[in-house]
Write a protein that binds this ligand. Structure first.
Ligand code: NAD
Length: 481
């Protein structure tokens, strides 16, 4: 079994306690790696190193252009190791290799884009109303960042935080999920080779309460950049309030995909299926509620089920697999639990609704793509985030009703609209309470575009120009002439 070590202050270290835990391969259900089980002592060492590095001549003394060049060098190195990183994440997370490979090669763009922004962080000279005074602003790095990420997309989500934070001149302590720590440790090896000064980037592995909690409340941390569930997000927000830390919170969702009678149905069927079943439904933006206009409901649903039925379940490393396993055993139990709840609530199961039965799937953590019709938006299956391959279908009569149902959710991460009506395509997004609206597409994302949720889906934005502002603070300087 492979033994990993944590990355603290440029060194590879075991946990202070000497303890480790096993990481599992979701396809085989077997452990394949040992990960150090960190605690407060490891967090203290890493945060102290990050704080020292923040003010060090090796990091603070670098010009912004040199910082940008280092980020672009990291982007190139990541591209070189794209296959290796993808393979590790498939082994730990179960995501399809084809999807992972697309992600690991696209990650470079975040480092190029934010590397390019590093020397374009400009302050202003402000005309003043005070005679004999001169005023200007500077944008400084916010400080040491605690970056805490979930298990569903570790490398991609880490890049979204790391690239803008480093471009801004911050230093970071990362805590990956206890279910998927390996790929970020492999990432740290690449970063170490590229030549970032010790302490600028650190990874402490372990459990949420033992590493995440002390990290997010540490007095030397200035900002917590968190992606994960809204339940944990609320704890982090509360503890950040105690010590006046800044936060960005990228949390859960229950996104509505709305199909109007005037939609291009071929495109809508494909968009809805990949919107919910990609990564076995374990994406924050999963279009888990499908709202279909009543006049096309029955025939659209029939086409959708026929198409989803053809999805090939299997080994995530195989090129022809379309649906892989879910990432961990508690998640498998949570998903099958929600399937039971939906059946008890009176929804009609049109597809799936169980674990696949062939011997190939005996040990792995698989759930069949599952589709429920006759769902009411008040049902738990329509209100709570399942984070699995479960789609709930709700009919609607007109635009007003579609908007009311879509917005009747605690969450506000994303929505999809399928229509050929130009007026609707332009105006309906204004009425939807979500941070992203996709029209005639779904899950399209870019390093150029701000991403983040409304309501219980979170606070702040990642990516795009707004993404770097989250890691900067503005100082106003007065000089009496
Ligand atoms: P989670 O909240 O259980 O865990 C996320 C991270 O927080 C893990 O590293 C965990 O160890 C850590 N943690 C747990 N307790 C903690 C505590 N008390 N203090 C600090 N850290 C703690 O979430 P998960 O199950 O790993 O991930 C799934 C969730 O992530 C879903 O809700 C999904 O929607 C969300 N997500 C959101 C986005 C987005 O961009 N909005 C993207 C991906 C995933």
């Amino acid at each position: 079994m492979k033994q990993y070590r944590m990355y603290i202050d440029g060194r590879w270290e075991d946990a202070a306690s000497g303890r480790s835990f096993e990481s599992f391969n979701p396809y085989t259900g077997q452990p394949w790696a040992l990960i150090p089980s960190g605690d407060q002592d490891d967090v203290d060492r890493a945060v102290t190193a990050a704080h020292r590095a923040l003010h060090s001549p090796e990091w603070r003394g670098l010009t912004a252009s040199a910082r940008g060049a280092l980020l672009r060098k990291l982007g190139d190195a990541l591209a070189e190791y794209a296959d290796h990183l993808a393979e590790i994440e498939v082994r730990d997370n179960g995501k399809l290799f084809s999807e992972m490979r697309a992600q690991t090669s696209y990650m470079r763009e975040w480092f190029y884009y934010f590397g390019g922004l590093a020397d374009k962080i400009e302050g202003s000279v402000i005309p003043t109303d005070k005679a004999g005074h001169f005023n200007f602003t500077k944008h400084e790095p916010v400080g040491v960042v605690a970056a805490i990420i979930p298990w569903n997309s570790p490398l991609f989500l880490a890049s979204w935080k790391m690239a803008p934070a480093l471009a801004a001149g911050c230093t970071l302590v990362f805590k990956p999920s206890e279910y998927t720590s390996a790929s970020l440790l492999e990432f740290a090896r690449i970063l170490d080779d590229v030549g970032f000064p010790p302490g600028v980037f650190n990874v402490v592995t372990g459990m949420g309460p033992e590493v995440g909690a002390p990290l997010s409340s540490h007095p030397l941390v200035s900002k917590v950049a968190f992606t994960g569930s809204d339940a944990t997000g609320r704890k982090i927000y509360a503890s950040a309030a105690e010590s006046m830390k800044r936060v960005t919170l990228e949390l859960g969702g229950k996104s509505a995909n709305i199909v109007f009678a005037d939609a291009n149905q071929d495109n809508a069927v494909k968009g809805v299926v990949s919107g919910i079943f990609a990564a076995s439904g374990q994406t924050c933006v999963a279009g888990s509620r499908l709202l279909v206009q009543r006049s096309i409901h029955d025939q659209f649903v029939e086409r959708l089920v026929d198409f989803a039925r053809t999805a090939k379940i299997g080994n995530p490393m195989s090129a022809d697999t379309q649906v892989g396993p879910v990432t961990n055993l508690p998640q498998l139990e949570k998903i099958t639990g929600y399937i039971d709840i939906a059946k008890r609530e009176g929804a009609t199961c049109l597809l799936g609704g169980k674990r696949p039965e062939a011997p190939e799937f005996e040990n792995g953590w698989f759930v069949e793509p599952t589709i429920f019709s006759n769902v009411r938006n008040s049902m738990r299956v329509a209100q709570e985030e399942i984070f699995g391959p479960v789609l709930s279908i709700i009919p609607f009569d007109d635009e007003d009703e579609a908007v009311a149902i879509a917005n009747d959710s605690l969450y506000g991460l994303a929505s999809g609209v399928w229509t050929e009506d130009l007026r609707r395509a332009l105006l309906l997004p204004d009425r939807l309470e979500s941070g992203t609206v996709w029209v005639n597409t779904y899950r399209t994302m870019s390093y150029l575009t701000p991403f983040g949720g409304f309501k219980h889906s979170g606070l702040g934005k990642e990516s795009g120009q707004e993404g770097i502002r989250e890691y900067l603070r503005t100082k106003s300087i007065w000089i009496s002439t």
